[in-house]
Structures are given as structure tokens and as C-alpha cells.
Design a protein around this ligand. Structure first.
Ligand SMILES: [Zn+2]
Length: 504
């Protein structure tokens, strides 16, 4: 394959230049001006940008690959590689997972982390206590096997059950194993709001004590009372780097987050699974306590209603999907009071819980984080299936939104710089050898797009829409999007971590 006359952005943040790229056997054969190769397929990239395929460092695939192995929500957003197993959630048998990926054949390359929550669950269930010495050893051996089997590192999700019950030394112990096998520590921190600086300190402590690189996931400031604090939090990251900690961050370019509605409920209520949650919330005294706590938190946010919390998917009553807690109450004819809204959240929890979108960040913080040079972009999403549920739009539009809204329309960062954050920066951080740049001998993961047309189409109201502007997407040398249409090709590969690529 020969790509002709494109504006080449090589992934280093150097300026674009006119040139050709020759591809053979899944690899880049040559990059240069007026290449004199013959090719079975010639792509005229005149007027288009040619860049390395994007690497999404924070995804949650976990067997959703089988729902759409063509991974269209990612491919149409220019993504050719995903790193999954984030926020402490992954398969515990990484070898089995990666060989399943290999046999399934997906349109994107996939690397994975081993998730601490699932490791802990496998050994200790949902117990709210420290690990015994024997349990710690058992967890360490699962992590060690995962690293040998090809994980790129370990993730934590310290707001989720049971990760939230673990203390720093437990994680340091596991991170030391990851460090021995040259992996990365990626963390969904204990707090992204009032106590965010303490949470950042914990992540940095783990990086220092276990001596391994740290990736702080979906870096943000949650809660109206914390808006503007990105100066302080980015400052901590900068300072840590100056002091020798290998820390980087990632973000999704939106001012709303998406997670379980259970995050509105105090942690201690959530132990031991749904039956226990239900039993607790049905006791009047506990119910009253939970409502009081929820109202306190709301007040702290300087809000009078739960309008910032929108139900994304509620299995027990799908008419709730896409509506805020405030709207749901109005529709049900309940009192327009925060207390009644808290009752509704509790009822949702009793009936199995729901996923939710929280409109709780400021545009100013999103932009300030975006301008930090060692920040990557990540969707924090699985492969989206068209018209299923009301998911956060980031699963469809993350990269196109950066290139359209933040690069073209608002000049928050340059095109070349945005591409570096989507390509060579994540490849370096997660040690994906020979990817993330347009270089001779590198894997031929390439996106060709129109910088004037690229845009995200997915919105909170109508999330199910693919991004536009990506005319050609090539994965391991195979044309996967041809003139804007997915070809059906499934040329992605499992990508292995450092301990499997270079075993000791
Ligand atoms: Zn997370």
C-alpha cells in the first residue's frame, strides 16, 4: 500500500510535512518524499493529514469485544490500539484473555492491565478489611502471573468495592511485583474531589515506594466546590516529576463523568454485594443516615437538587434512562425537594443500581489539564454498541472532539501536539514497542483524516453516533476504514507487556 501526498504528522509533535508512506507486511516500509514504489493500493491523501493510529490508554473492554469485534466506536474515532483493564477491573487470567483476543480477531490492537479490584475479589471476596499475610501473598502471585502472561501493568479503582477497602501498603506490595516485571501503575484514585490532593499523594507514594511509573487516570476535579483547583493538582504532578517520579496523566475531554450511581451512597453501605446493600438500605435508621449524608454532600457542592446526576442505564425501569434524578422525581409527581430525590436514588440502589452521568466539572479545568504536556486522551469506555443504553459520549467521540473542538475551534493546543498525546506519548508510557510514530519498521497503524472536518457527533442527549472526518484507518497494514467506511477487516493483535516480550 502506498499513501501519497499527505501532510504527515509523525507523532513526535514536529510540524507536518508533505510526503508518502509505503506499507508492506503490516509494517511501515518507508516514509519520505516522492517514494518510487509500486503498490496494489494507492491512497491519494492530497489535502489530508496522515498520523499514527491513536492509542487510547484508558478503556474498559473486558469481553465486550465479542459484541462488536469491528470495534466501530473506536475505529471511527481514529483509535487503533486500546489499553484495557483499567480502574481495577480486568480479567484475572491475563494469558487466557489475550489468547481469546487473538482468536476472536478484533479490528483494534489490545493491551491490558491486571485489575487490583478483581485480584482482591478473587482472594478475599468483598470483605471490608486488610488482607492477611497469606492473602497478600496470594494476590501477589496472581499479579506476578498476570505480568508474566503479558499485562502492561496493574490498575486500581480505589473508589470501588472492594478496592476502596485496601490501604496503601497492600497496593505498594502488589506494585512492587509489577515493578519487578517493568509494568506501569495506573490508578483511578481514592478521590477526585475534596480530597484529591491526598489521593494524588497516595498515587505518587506508591510510585516512589514500589519504584514504578504512575499513570493517574481520568484526571479531573469533581464537584462544583473544587472548580479551579487544577492549578494545584497539575502543580503536584509537575513537582513530582521534578523530584524524579515518572508520572503522567490522562483525561477525557468532557465536563461530565460517568460511573455507577452508587458513588452517591456512603462507601460503608456498599460492602458484600447487592443483597447486603438492599438489606441495609431497607432499614429505616440506615436509610435516614444515608439521606443525611447525601444531603450534606449536595450542600457541599453548593447545589439544591440532584440535577447534575443523570441516569444512564437503569435495568429495572428503562424510562429513567437519560433523565436526571430531579427530572425523574418531577415526572413521578414527587416533591421537588432534595430529600425526595435522595429517596429515589436509594430506591434505585435497592432495585439493583444504575449507571449514571454526573455533570460536575468545569471547562476551565478540562482545558488547563489538557494543556499539561504529559497528559494523554482516553475514552474511559468500552466498545459501544449502537443504540444500546444512554452511555457517555466519550466512547464515540474523544479523539475527534479534541481535534475538532479543542484544536481547530478553540486553539487550546496545536494539531501536532494533540497527535503526540494520542500516539507516541502513550506508546512510550505503556512500552508498546514500534508503535505510536510514523517511522520505518514501525507497525503500520495509520489514520488519515480531514483536519477541517474531523468532529465528534455523539452528545449526551444522542450518544449513539460515530465521529466524522476519519477517511482511512489502517491497522497493522490492513485497510480498516476505506473512504470513510469500515471494511470489516479485523487485523488487530493482542499486544504483550514487557515481561512477556522480553522474559527474564
Ligand atoms: Zn475509572
Amino acid at each position: 500500500m502506498l499513501i501519497r501526498n499527505g501532510k504527515i504528522i509523525d507523532g513526535t509533535s514536529n510540524n507536518w510535512f508533505y510526503g508518502d508512506i509505503a506499507v508492506q507486511g503490516g509494517k511501515i516500509l518507508a516514509v519520505g518524499k516522492h517514494l518510487s514504489f509500486t503498490a496494489a493500493r494507492i491512497i491519494d491523501a492530497n489535502g489530508l493529514m496522515v498520523a499514527p493510529g491513536f492509542i487510547d490508554v484508558h478503556t474498559h473492554l473486558e469481553e465486550d469485544e465479542s459484541k462488536d469485534p469491528m470495534a466501530q466506536s473506536f475505529i471511527y474515532d481514529g483509535v487503533t490500539t486500546c489499553i484495557t483493564g483499567n480502574c481495577g477491573l480486568s480479567n484475572t487470567d491475563i494469558g487466557k484473555y489475550l489468547s481469546w483476543i487473538d482468536s476472536l480477531k478484533v479490528s483494534i490492537n489490545i493491551a491490558t492491565l491486571i485489575g487490583h479490584n478483581d485480584v482482591r475479589k478473587a482472594v478475599m471476596g468483598r470483605a471490608n478489611r486488610d488482607a492477611t499475610a497469606a492473602e497478600q501473598l496470594q494476590m501477589e502471585s496472581i499479579v506476578e502471573k498476570a505480568m508474566k502472561d503479558g499485562a502492561v501493568g496493574m490498575s486500581t479503582g480505589l473508589i470501588y468495592i472492594p478496592g476502596t477497602y485496601s490501604k496503601t501498603p497492600e497496593i505498594v506490595g502488589l506494585a512492587k511485583i509489577v515493578s519487578r516485571y517493568n509494568g506501569v501503575y495506573a490508578t483511578h484514585m481514592r478521590d477526585e474531589g475534596d480530597s484529591v490532593t491526598t489521593a494524588i499523594e497516595e498515587a505518587l507514594t506508591i510510585g516512589r515506594e514500589a519504584s514504578l511509573p504512575v499513570q493517574i487516570s481520568h484526571f479531573k476535579l469533581s464537584g462544583q466546590q473544587n472548580w479551579g483547583r487544577s492549578n494545584e493538582t497539575i502543580g503536584l504532578v509537575k513537582q513530582a516529576r521534578e523530584q524524579g517520579t515518572e508520572v503522567t496523566i490522562d483525561q477525557y475531554p468532557y465536563t461530565a463523568s460517568s460511573t455507577s450511581i452508587s458513588t452517591l451512597i456512603p462507601d460503608e453501605i456498599l460492602a458484600d454485594g447487592q443483597d447486603s446493600i438492599k438489606a441495609r438500605l431497607e432499614r429505616p435508621a440506615i436509610r435516614k443516615y444515608v439521606i443525611d449524608e447525601m444531603l450534606k454532600k449536595l450542600k457541599k457542592r453548593k447545589l439544591k437538587h440532584f440535577s447534575y446526576a443523570v441516569v444512564a442505564f437503569y435495568r429495572a425501569d428503562t424510562t429513567y434512562n437519560g433523565k436526571s434524578i430531579e427530572q425523574i422525581n418531577r415526572l413521578k409527581g414527587k416533591k421537588h425537594k432534595a430529600k425526595e430525590e435522595a429517596e429515589t436514588v436509594i430506591d434505585i440502589m435497592i432495585n439493583g443500581g444504575a449507571s449514571a452521568v454526573f455533570h460536575g466539572m468545569s471547562e476551565e479545568d478540562v482545558k488547563r489539564i489538557m494543556q499539561y504536556p504529559f497528559n494523554m486522551f482516553a475514552s474511559d469506555a468500552s466498545i459501544r454498541v449502537l443504540n444500546s443504553g444512554m452511555p457517555h459520549p466519550r466512547g464515540y467521540g474523544t479523539n475527534a472532539r479534541v481535534l475538532g473542538k479543542y484544536v481547530r475551534e478553540e486553539n487550546v493546543l496545536s494539531l501536532e501536539e494533540a497527535i503526540r498525546r494520542m500516539t507516541s506519548l502513550p506508546a512510550q508510557k505503556f512500552q508498546l514497542a514500534s508503535r505510536g510514530m510514523l517511522r520505518d519498521g514501525f507497525a503500520a497503524d495509520i489514520v488519515i483524516f480531514d483536519e477541517k472536518q474531523v468532529k465528534d457527533v455523539s452528545t449526551f442527549e444522542k450518544p449513539h453516533a460515530y465521529s466524522e472526518g476519519f477517511r482511512y484507518v489502517i491497522v497493522n497494514g490492513i485497510l480498516t476504514v476505506d473512504d470513510g467506511k469500515h471494511t470489516g477487516a479485523r487485523a488487530g493483535l493482542p499486544l504483550y507487556g514487557p515481561a512477556r516480550v522480553n522474559p527474564k
